[in-house]
Design a protein around this ligand. Sequence first.
Ligand SMILES: [Zn+2]
Length: 147
Amino acid sequence: MNDVLITEYRKFAADHYHSLPGFCEPRHGHNWELEASVRIDNVSLRPEYKNKSEFSNKSRLHDGCKRALSAVKQTSQAQINLSSTLDTWVAIMDRSLLNEQNILAGRNPTAEVLAECLFQFLETSGLCPVIVRIKEKSHYWAICMKC
Ligand SMILES: [Zn+2]
């Protein structure tokens, strides 16, 4: 059994502004990008046989194939869940003024805050996020990860 990470990527466009003491920028937009990786626990990626006789035994071979099929279903379902959760989050954020997003609860919507927000969104959706990266500019990514 192994733990597996699956990762998806999305783009969205949104505006924000900053009006904190010492950190003021007027409203402007970004073409944001994100990558989110979630962990799937205890995936058996290949049939496990104790010896050659088990491999040649048809019923044991069938068990191995069933385990391999189960792993494919497990990772496929996790990918579907990650995909739909990211689509939901992006639909909330896309073409919006991030400062007005309820999901950000009045926080200053920096890339770091967005990364943390998405990480928590994945957790509350029942996924097991490991790392979330939000790209604000070509040279700048903010990362939120489980340590
Ligand atoms: Zn900005």
